[in-house]
Write a protein that binds this ligand. Sequence first.
Ligand code: ATP
Length: 212
Amino acid sequence: MNDSNNHINSSLELGESRRIIGISGGIGSGKSIICKIFEVLGVPVYYADERAKWLTNNDLQLRKEIKELLGREAYDSNGQYNRKWVASQVFENPALLKILNSLIHPRVYEDTKQWLQQNQDKAYVLREAALTNAAGNGNDLSKLIVVSSPMDLRIARIKKRDPQRNEAEIRAIIARQKTEEEFQKIADYQIINNEKELLIPQILSLHKIFQG
Ligand code: ATP
């Protein structure tokens, strides 16, 4: 047990050998903005979703495998990953989506391993992803931080940040993600980002714990 107010599950202790802390939460909860504050404190952050996007464009093996699975249309005339078209193909085909993910996930895993090697000297690192399991459940996470924000605030933030998305699209994304209750169940720590509680003290308190 430690002294953080953010601490939810006390059963797990911080792993000695690996200090990879996951940070997750639904769309618009504020994961990225919170990670930027951790980065200011000198904590390296692996942005798994962004990195997966980068790899679909830049990892030659992955490009080849995706084209073999979905066809040449998976990349546009400029050679860029055609996310919209791919999404339309897998949207109502969970089996195909599963195969696509089984191509992408091992590449992200390899990429994460390389990234970790470059940051071996750090007391801990963060791995940001919207999709996650509990720490230790099929992943190398020591702990998981969940960022929580009220739903109406999340939707308002995304409307402002991504004006090309309408509310129905935002709600469709939310429907595919874990619910707030599901996130709470797997959280070791939470950060409340409701624009009432101050963020920086919550972040500093977790930083102190993870630095050991
Ligand atoms: P996604 O899953 O889409 O990546 P996210 O959880 O990373 O979303 P952010 O991008 O960090 O969310 O936040 C969504 C938007 O809300 C951003 O424009 C961000 O600047 C803004 N935002 C988040 N938290 C706050 C806050 N406490 N005060 C003001 N703006 C905020």
